[in-house]
Ligand binder design. Structure first.
Ligand code: ATP
Ligand code: MG
Length: 235
């Protein structure tokens, strides 16, 4: 397994948000975590990216138990996150944002140039706008930029928090296609969503409810039981 979360409990202050959560992601998989508003999805990703530490239980990435490992070290190991709200720098240009995605010390200047070319190949809409301010992009283009920037850091496992939020279905389909392309290129994904659309691109799905594991299924099976999924997502 590339990522194993084993019986993790965590929260903020005295508030316990995640109760005994377990999940696994194998190399090359796209795994969805689905759950209604406020169920702890972002908290789970904060825990995996190192912004929050488990009260009990463990997180193992590629054989290394992460414990209190800091975020920068996790990113250097290849465990990277595309945060909720995109996290791009609005006043910088598209090109500058991409350059910031590079993990310092990884690869030569030539590698970075090649990475940037590859990213721009994935997102033709960005390549013509390298000098434009990020703030001038549409919501969908900003999400592409955020994804492109994350790819610049050469992730092994990329965690994506609500990629589809506020975007038109066509734009979401384009972004999902890029995720499929990136998986072909060897990136593993943990995709957190409130909506069932991500089931179409993922292999397996975990449903969380109230900070607990509710269900784990092949995504194709869940797609066939829409009523079941919508009942879980009502909260
Ligand atoms: N920094 C924080 N301090 C205290 N409580 C928090 C904090 N962040 C989140 N919470 C609480 O933790 C619970 C889970 O929140 P979280 O943001 O992880 O949910 P979510 O599943 O990502 O929701 P959404 O789908 O709305 O993004 C909520 O009850 C929320 O109020
Ligand atoms: Mg969230």
């Amino acid at each position: 397994m590339l990522l194993t979360v084993d019986g993790v409990t965590a929260g903020y202050g005295r508030l316990e948000v995640l109760h005994d959560i377990s999940l696994q992601v194998a190399e090359g998989e796209i795994v969805t975590v689905l759950g209604p508003n406020g169920t702890g999805k972002t908290t789970l990703l904060r825990l995996l990216s190192g912004a929050l530490h488990p009260w009990s239980g463990s997180v193992t990435f590629d054989g290394t138990t992460l414990g209190r490992t800091v975020s920068e070290r996790r990113a250097a190991l290849g465990l990277c996150q595309l945060p909720e709200g995109r996290g791009i720098f609005q006043t910088l240009t598209v090109g500058e944002n991409l350059d910031l995605g590079t993990v310092s010390g990884r690869g030569s200047a030539e590698d970075r140039r090649r990475d940037k070319e590859r990213v721009l190949g994935l997102f033709p809409e960005l390549s013509g706008r390298l000098d434009a301010q990020a703030a001038s992009l549409s919501g969908g283009q900003q999400q592409m930029l955020a994804l492109g920037r994350a790819v610049m850091s050469r992730p092994r496992l990329l965690m994506v928090d609500e990629l589809s939020f506020g975007l038109a279905p066509r734009v979401v389909s384009d972004l999902f296609q890029v995720i499929l392309d990136l998986r072909e290129g060897g990136v593993t994904f943990l995709v957190v969503e409130q909506q069932a659309a991500a089931l179409r691109i993922s292999d397996r799905t975990y449903v969380l409810r109230n900070g607990r594991n509710q269900l784990e299924r092949a995504s194709a099976d869940l797609l066939r039981s829409e009523d079941l999924v919508s009942s879980y997502l009502r909260g």
